[in-house]
Design a protein around this ligand. Structure first.
Ligand SMILES: [Cu+2]
Length: 142
């Protein structure tokens, strides 16, 4: 390995150490059996001095995880995958019902109240944060 490459790798490690993203108040919406998809909600808190950009996600509970925006247009609800989300330095970004959410697509098993699902948020291949979220029945959602 040449020295430049090593320096680059060390630099990227120290950068990711500065990214202090944590997931707070997270949960996965538990839906009746037979639903292929659901959503996870959480507060993304950045305690670091630099903006954190999320470009990808994954989960052990679904084949795919994507950040979606949610819109009301002409009385219709629609949602759309977003390519990236920026959590500002010393700030937060909220994923909540009717707003942005982490879509869990093609669930690998039915999710019941009390189950747990792990989600990871990434920038490219670099893990920014992960959390184990409880499943909360949609009936208990505020
Ligand atoms: Cu969605």
């Amino acid at each position: 390995m040449n020295r430049h490459l090593l320096a680059l790798i060390l630099l990227s490690f120290s950068c990711s150490a500065l990214a202090e993203l944590t997931i707070k108040d997270g949960y996965v919406r538990g839906l009746p059996p037979g639903q292929p998809n659901t959503a996870a909600f959480m507060r993304l808190v950045n305690s670091g001095d630099q903006d954190v950009v999320i470009t990808a996600a994954d989960s052990n509970g679904a084949e795919l995880a994507e950040v979606h925006s949610h819109k009301h247009q002409n009385g219709m609800m629609s949602m759309e995958k977003v390519d990236q989300v920026t959590v500002p330095a010393k700030g937060e970004f909220v994923l909540a019902p009717g707003k942005y959410h982490l879509m869990l697509i093609r669930l690998t098993k039915p999710l019941r109240e009390g189950d747990e699902v792990e989600v990871r948020l990434l920038n490219g291949d670099v893990e920014l944060t992960r959390a184990t979220l409880p499943v909360r029945s949609v009936l208990n959602e505020r």
